[in-house]
Design a protein around this ligand. Structure first.
Ligand code: GDP
Ligand code: MG
Length: 159
């Protein structure tokens, strides 16, 4: 039941100075950080990360966006972490993401607007969509020696 999942603070989150705000939302929920680094990915890496979207019309926009500035990659651990993190992040389109979620609180752009401008929707974070995706993405972004097992107060007070 204890899972690990991948989060990226995307270029818009890094450039807007929202890394701290975003990370603190996960920390406050009692989720444990087990890996974190800043990285500026290239087009080849984008193709690996977004392999499932490669054939879609939106892929070139996604690639342009995700390679436009550095991202902060984070691995988070917790009970049902994949689902729990997606809940904190909110739904894909900021316009319809509920208030109280990262995408709902810090962005408001709509699909309509992004599609018309031919840009990827700027929604601040990526979070793995399911357990299989989480495992694949964690092994793509992190080496085993970059992930840590340690005791946090969470082990006593949260889980
Ligand atoms: P996520 O798992 O919630 O991030 O959403 P997806 O995996 O479906 O899509 C990956 C990313 O592509 C999203 O986070 C958006 O940045 C972007 N995106 C998804 N759907 C659309 C769309 O219909 N239009 C545009 N412009 N961007 C999109
Ligand atoms: Mg996705």
């Amino acid at each position: 039941m204890i899972e690990r999942t991948l989060i990226l603070v995307k270029p818009d989150g890094v450039q807007r100075g929202l890394v701290g705000e975003i990370v603190s939302r996960f920390e406050k929920r009692g989720l444990k950080l087990v890996g974190m680094k800043m990285i500026w990915i290239d087009k080849d890496f984008s193709k690996k990360h977004y392999a499932a979207h490669l054939d879609k019309k939106m892929y070139p926009m996604l690639e342009e966006f995700i390679t436009s500035a550095p991202v902060v990659a984070i691995v988070i651990e917790g009970i049902h972490a994949v689902e729990s993190v997606r809940k904190v992040v909110g739904s894909t389109e900021p316009k319809s993401a509920p208030l109280g979620t990262i995408r709902g609180d810090y962005a408001h752009v709509s699909y309509d607007y992004a599609d018309k401008k031919q840009i990827s929707i700027k929604n601040l974070v990526h979070a793995s969509g399911n357990k299989e995706e989480a495992e694949q993405e964690i092994s793509l972004w992190f080496g085993v020696d970059e992930l840590y097992t340690y005791e946090a107060s969470h082990d006593k007070h949260v889980i």
